[in-house]
Design a protein around this ligand. Structure first.
Ligand code: TYD
Ligand code: MG
Length: 463
């Protein structure tokens, strides 16, 4: 019987060591090493083929130009939003990981997808977390289509059984909900541990590639907001999608963090209803508040992947009662807000360091791009001066530390979206050279000039 060896595996990054440490030497996380028993490494005395004195094997490589092309027929998932995030549909034989917080709606999304795909393809839905009855109950609630029997369902946690079923059924698409709940009986570690997740995913991938099955894996996000076994799985799969949203809001955002078959940062928007998820094809309306401007509000056009989103920002600037004023931002990095406030203080001479400043992006969206800077500056200044921006104005531009405006990418796309939603005026960085027929485009070289144009008054003048 082979002697087992003890290794310690980091649950965060998957690094292995033969000794226990309180802190992982690879990723630096604390208390993440877990003991694991594994078989000893294969016998070193076995010689590699290349070292053996045997007949040379026939050549198997070929010139890249002569590799035969196979036209890929992408599968449509029934959700145009999901198709777009995947880069135009599900690629047969690909491996896609869908991650997200518990209760966000991963099972719902994939069950609806399974139902839609089952109209044309054979689909296997493996539920490792819920019983067949529970899935059936959900399926009935989602209002299945009148035709067909829907997808095949297997409630199973044992990897071997799942592999056998895949081999027997050979579906075009298989959904595993979730990869953390599957377990390989040959491994000693508990389900959900890095070793289990890696083994199960690798075994599924080998089979799926061989049988040309498109695999959708559900992955959970840990307390720290990481997919369990993140590095391990991200390397393995073709695409990583994250499903996120505010628990208190009904809309959900699906994003591609990695995609071998399409653009990353592509965004899909859904709304959770009582009968499942509904796609939102016009999401800008979700992130826009009242049509008339109010004090401290500014509208920007963010770009998520290739998708422009018109988003409303709200700022509140009020006299501080603390020694160091409070700065809070939701949806925008606090450091970014600090930087913009410093630029405004320096270049417009506004005494913002004596004021608290709160900033919020409507609809719970996270805007990471610097193109939002000018909008943030306008919202802050408008609140500080008790002004409302003229209705129908959008602001796009990155703020340099010297108070200058820097050009942003995909400006034309952004302005077209704003014009489509009825905006009439845009303030953009100088030299952008964009003309949008339905929109008056004002170019500005610096933040002071841009704010004068946007607000109609000079905010640096004492009120
Ligand atoms: P679920 O898909 O189980 O989440 P996950 O698999 O990511 O853990 O979604 C669960 C939540 O969605 C639950 O809080 C109830 C809600 N929900 C609806 O609001 N409407 C529905 O039609 C369904 C099926 C779920
Ligand atoms: Mg679930």
């Amino acid at each position: 019987m082979p002697r087992t060896v003890t290794t310690y595996v980091c649950q965060n990054c998957g690094a292995q060591s033969r000794q226990f440490f309180g802190r992982c030497s690879a990723c630096g996380s604390w208390n993440s090493l877990v003991e694991q028993l594994s078989a000893p490494p294969p016998d070193k005395r076995r010689r590699r083929v290349s070292e053996a004195v045997a007949e040379p094997a026939p050549r198997r490589s070929e010139a890249i130009a002569s590799v035969g092309e196979r036209s890929v027929q992408r599968l449509h998932t029934g959700f145009a939003e999901l198709d777009r995030v995947l880069g135009g549909g599900l690629v047969p034989g690909s491996l896609v990981l869908v991650g997200g917080d518990p209760g966000i709606g991963k099972s719902t999304l994939l069950l609806q997808t399974a139902e839609a795909l089952a109209q044309r393809e054979s689909v296997l839905y493996v539920s490792a977390e819920e019983s067949a009855q529970q899935v059936k109950l959900r399926w009935s609630r989602l209002g299945p289509a009148a035709t067909g029997d829907g997808p095949q369902l297997l409630a199973e946690t044992d990897l071997e059984q799942v592999l056998q079923e895949l081999e027997a059924l050979r579906p075009a698409v298989a959904i595993i909900d979730s990869i953390q709940a599957l377990h390989d009986a040959e491994l000693a570690s508990a389900p959900g541990s890095v070793a289990q997740v890696r083994e199960c995913a690798a075994a599924l991938q080998r089979l799926a590639k061989r049988l040309d099955i498109a695999l959708l894996l559900v992955g959970h996000v840990t307390k720290e907001g990481m997919l369990a076994g993140p590095k391990v799985l991200e390397h393995l799969v073709d695409a990583v999608l994250t499903f996120e949203g505010d628990r208190f809001a009904s809309h959900r955002l699906l994003r591609a963090v990695k995609n071998r078959f399409g653009a990353t940062h592509e965004l899909g928007v859904f709304e959770m209803r009582d009968r499942g998820l509904l796609e939102v094809s016009n999401p800008s309306e979700l992130f826009l508040g009242s049509p008339e401007g109010s004090v401290g509000m500014a509208t920007i056009v963010a770009c998520e992947g290739t998708r422009p989103l018109v988003v409303e920002l709200q700022a509140l600037v009020s006299t501080t009662s603390y020694a160091s004023p409070r700065r809070m931002a939701t949806g925008i990095g606090t450091n970014r807000l600090h930087q913009i406030l410093a630029v405004l203080e320096k270049h417009l001479g506004l005494p913002l360091s004596r004021f608290d400043c709160y900033l919020a992006v409507a609809g719970g969206l996270d805007v990471e791009e610097p193109a939002a800077d000018l909008g943030v500056a306008a919202a802050v200044v408008a609140s500080f001066r008790d002004l409302a921006l003229p209705a129908g104005t959008v602001l796009v531009g990155e703020l340099g530390l010297g108070g200058q405006l820097r050009p942003v990418g995909q400006l034309e796309l952004r302005l077209q979206e704003a014009a489509r939603l009825g905006f009439r005026r845009a303030v953009v960085p100088r030299g952008s050279g964009v003309t949008c027929l339905d929109l008056a485009v004002h170019e500005a070289g610096g933040v002071a000039e841009a704010l004068v144009v946007a607000l109609g008054v000079n905010p640096a003048d004492d009120a």
